[in-house]
Design a protein around this ligand. Sequence first.
Ligand code: ELE
Length: 212
Amino acid sequence: MSAKTETLLSILKLQPVVPVLIVEDVASAVPLARALVAGGLKAIEITLRTPAALDAVKAVAAEVEGAHVGAGTILNARDFEAAVKAGSTFIVSPGVAPGVLAAARDSAVPLLPGAATASEVMTLREAGYDVLKFFPAEQAGGAAYLKALSSPLAGTVFCPTGGISLKNANDYLSLPNVVCVGGSWVAPKELVAAGDWAGITKLASEAAALKA
Ligand SMILES: O=C(O)C(=O)C[C@H](O)[C@H](O)COP(=O)(O)O
């Protein structure tokens, strides 16, 4: 296993659930990340889906002690490089694309690429990736589907994301090929908009108590 993969695994193993954030207002990024860290979720993914995202990564990287901030929804090399420059310690992509793989090869920051089929997993294995995101987990076939992939594709481990909540997280976490799950449920839009950081810490604590 490469040093980059080991770094990625050590970040993903910090907790059973990686919060997936869509940050609309950069001012909420730091208190939101602090609330998640206080609940026990230190590895945090900020998706590059809003104009505030890169500044949010920068602010969390600079100001939130104990946080490991990563960037998600990385679709091309330009996003990859901008996310690294902002201070991301890991990069998440919903799939696989040659430009993203090339950027990852040239970077010291690890990539968690996405796969949803046996062929995508095989393609990424050939490119040297043993730790993958399974996306979109529920919609692609859920825990039963991922379990079916695990026998022929032993050696690859996953962070399933997409449609996961406190209710079904254990279906995935109980599989031997799952390191952690990802999800947006720990930072609901309404609580973020209301600045209910205590409410988010409570959701984070419930998620952190799941068994990886
Ligand atoms: O774009 C990426 O790189 C992602 O990480 C996608 C996210 O994992 C899902 O959008 C989260 O899905 P929900 O938890 O169902 O809201």
